[in-house]
Write a protein that binds this ligand. Structure first.
Ligand code: T1G
Length: 681
């Protein structure tokens, strides 16, 4: 059965594609579309064509699995050309997400209609690419340069309302009557004497109407978001070509850039991340038909920063939350913070006030622990202390209905020990959110030795429902992310005692692509987390800084001195503190180059990743990439620590670790000696 079928009704040919899961424009789809549309040209019974898709969405783009393989005709550009050349009106009937090549198909149509819930976008820049089938040439001609630069350069989709506003859509039709409304629209426009051909539009791309600074201005105003990425520059140049060159030449320029980027390292790395994030949700070794537990009510214990953020994830997803605190003041503060966060998001236009109220109405704050009894899942976010956690789990076990899941948000501690405090260890799991919990995409799902497959599968499905990227971790100190982070932290502390400056360390990591380095991060979070003035004994740089009240940004100084704009500057006092500690230790300092700093910070993380793999803590190397990109800001355009290690060469990493007297993980050594890689073929 062809993935593309046709059906003639009332003079309108409905060309329907059914290529699950997302109607990606693979070769069979392209060939089917080309045949159906070419065949309509000479058929007098056909007055118009509607392109529509079955399943969850309109074409969601080119088939990314085809990239890097020999091209198969027809090319998507050919299909777009056939649509545009047709002597009859072609209407794109859009639902779900018309993305990438899907939007390019829609742009080559004469008209576009969509249901209210549809989204349209060019996410290629997030794959290290630019639209490669005319999108950069047709979109500016239809909606103008500023809107086109934003859609193509940032890669964010627009909803149907916005699409109608910027004339990307001709009409919004009924949510449940897309096909019939599209046919009616087709019959209506078939009466028009002429039909707009996007590539021939000129009214939005008159060179004199466009300030030549627009292009650079776009890149400058988005510099932070696009830092380190190659594709945005190519996107902007392609849009400029739509203004300055005839369509065929602009198309050629777009294609050149597309091929260059597709074969480049950044796009290969970003395509790896795209699939890795989806693979991470797969649980190895459990039956496909493992049942799951319906989660209709969630309890959160602790209304602090983490508890409040965690609660928001479920509220936003429409799941009622009972939020428990011991003291009214803390509970009220927690609820107020949740509301403040929602209102801040609404003020940026990312939520409506109705959505805020709907979320807040799902929240039930309470001082009564027993109010958790009928929850299907309870997540404790109390202080990171095992004695307290054991007490909490024993109490949860005695209070919460049978069959409910008991989860800990712990960052480091043993889920197995917590499970041991209950009579239901198979229902105990770790759900490690990253602060701010309502923003950070990563969720480490920590499976205890006795956690059941049902509980694990339930939590992985729940993670997707609340918009998280989840990776499974086994039980060890710090799970995947924090265990590797502690390697980097140890090296960073050693480096500043040996002679590197904190700002050297931070610079090396930010230049690599991290949003900030370890010392900037410590100052932002506050140096006094976990610090105790009573037991502090001036034995580390952090202790001395805290003893002197240099707690980070919040006190105007930490590792750095902060000016009135909270901009950090190297601190002579910090240098003096380090010098005093080194003098006391009797060691000498030396100048340390960026290359040594770089290798000593990152290579031990890869080494720890190899141990995590070897011990079965992570299911696969790509999960480690997913954790570090989504939880710790590892630059996605390098693929993540394990993919990136392959690019460096495992033998080079082993040599450097040995030179720095770091014990090489057996799996890393074995792969290096066998000239194998973690991920890259
Ligand atoms: N190609 C191949 N497979 C794809 C795919 C694609 N474009 N999009 C999704 N999949 C697979 C995905 O791997 C998963 O597989 C399943 O579909 C469900 O995806 C020429 C060059 C559409 C919003 O970047 O954003 O067009 O794990 O889990 O959460 O100029 O998928 O089930 O085996 O994400 O409902 C541009 C990428 C391509 C869109 C749906 N398009 N996809 O989200 O499902 S480049 C994109 C998405 C291009 C042209 C250029 C999302 C989604 P499996 P899912 P979802």
């Amino acid at each position: 059965m062809s993935v593309v079928t046709t059906h003639l009704t009332e003079g309108v040919l409905i060309v329907r594609t059914d290529n699950p899961p997302v109607n990606a424009l693979g070769q069979a789809v392209r060939a089917g579309l080309e045949a159906a549309i070419s065949g309509a040209a000479s058929d007098k019974n056909i007055e118009a064509i509607v392109l529509i898709c079955s399943g969850r969405t309109f074409f969601a783009g080119a088939d990314i699995t085809e990239f890097g393989k020999p091209a198969q005709s027809p090319d998507l550009n050919d299909v777009c050309a056939v649509i545009e050349a047709l002597n009859k009106p072609v209407i794109a009937a859009i639902h779900g997400t018309a993305l990438g090549g899907g939007l390019e198909i829609a742009l080559s149509c004469n008209y576009r209609v969509a249901v209210p819930s549809a989204k349209l976008g060019f996410p290629e820049v997030k794959l290290g690419l630019l639209p490669g089938s005319g999108g950069t040439q047709r979109l500016p001609r239809l909606i103008g340069v500023p809107e086109a630069l934003t859609m193509i350069g940032l890669g964010e989709p627009v909803d149907a309302r916005k699409a109608l506003e910027i004339v990307l859509l001709d009409r919004i039709v009924g949510e449940d009557s897309l096909e019939s409304d599209a046919v009616a629209f087709a019959r209506e426009v078939a009466l028009n004497k002429s039909h707009p051909v996007t590539s021939q539009l000129t009214h939005r791309t008159q060179r004199d109407d466009i300030d030549s600074n627009t292009y650079d201005q776009f890149l400058k105003s988005n510099a932070r978001k696009l830092r380190g990425l190659e594709a945005p520059q190519a996107c902007v140049e392609a849009v400029r070509a739509a203004v300055e060159l005839p369509f065929p030449e602009g198309l050629r320029k777009e294609r050149e850039q597309f091929i260059r980027l597709m074969n480049g390292p950044q796009s290969k790395a970003l395509r790896h991340v795209f699939f890795a994030e989806r693979t991470a949700s797969r649980i190895e070794g459990i039956p496909d038909d493992t049942p799951t537990i319906p989660i209709e009510k969630v309890g959160v214990l602790g209304a602090g920063t983490m508890g409040g953020g965690i609660a928001m994830n479920f509220l936003t997803a429409g799941i009622p939350v009972t939020l428990i605190e011991r003291e009214k003041a803390s509970l009220d503060r927690g609820v107020a913070t949740i509301r403040k966060n929602y209102e801040a998001t609404a003020s940026k236009g990312r939520l409506t006030t109705e959505q805020v109220e709907r979320a807040m109405n799902l929240l039930t704050p309470s001082l009564q622990f027993d109010d958790l009894a009928d929850c299907d899942l309870v997540i404790e976010a109390v202080f990171e202390n095992m004695d307290l956690k054991l007490e909490v789990f024993a109490r949860l076990d005695a209070t919460i209905k049978q069959g409910a899941i008991l989860a800990s948000n712990t960052s480091y501690l043993s889920i197995d020990e917590m499970a041991g405090a209950t009579a239901r260890p198979e229902y105990v799991i770790g759900l490690h959110f990253f602060s701010p919990a309502n923003v950070m995409k990563l969720l480490e799902v920590v499976r205890g030795a006795k956690t059941s497959a049902t509980v694990l599968k339930t939590c992985m499905g729940l993670a997707r429902m609340i918009g998280k990227v989840a990776a499974i971790s086994g039980v060890c100190y710090g799970f995947i992310g924090n265990r590797m982070l502690s390697q980097r932290s140890q090296q960073a502390q050693a480096l500043i005692l040996e002679g590197a400056k904190p700002w050297d360390v931070d610079r090396v990591l930010t230049r690599f692509g991290f949003p900030m380095g370890p010392f900037q991060m410590s100052d932002l979070a506050g140096l006094d987390i976990g610090w105790n003035a009573k037991t502090s004994k001036s034995s580390t740089v952090r202790e001395v800084l805290c003893e002197r009240g240099r707690l980070g940004q919040k006190t105007g100084s930490g590792y750095y001195d902060y000016d009135e704009n909270r901009k950090g500057h190297p601190s002579e006092e910090t240098e003096a503190i380090i010098a005093e500690l080194v003098a006391k230790s009797g060691r000498n300092q030396r100048s340390i180059g960026d290359e040594e700093i770089f290798e000593r910070l990152l290579y031990p993380m890869v080494n720890e990743g190899a141990k995590i793999l070897q011990e079965g803590i992570a299911q696969r190397a790509s999960d480690i990439d997913v954790v570090w990109i989504n939880g710790f800001g590892w630059p996605a355009y390098t693929g993540g620590p394990m993919y990136w290690a392959d690019s460096i060469g495992l033998a080079n990493i082993v040599r450097s670790l040995e030179a720095n007297s770091v014990e090489v993980a057996p799996l890393l050594r074995a792969k290096s000696e066998a000239a194998e890689s973690f991920i890259q073929k």
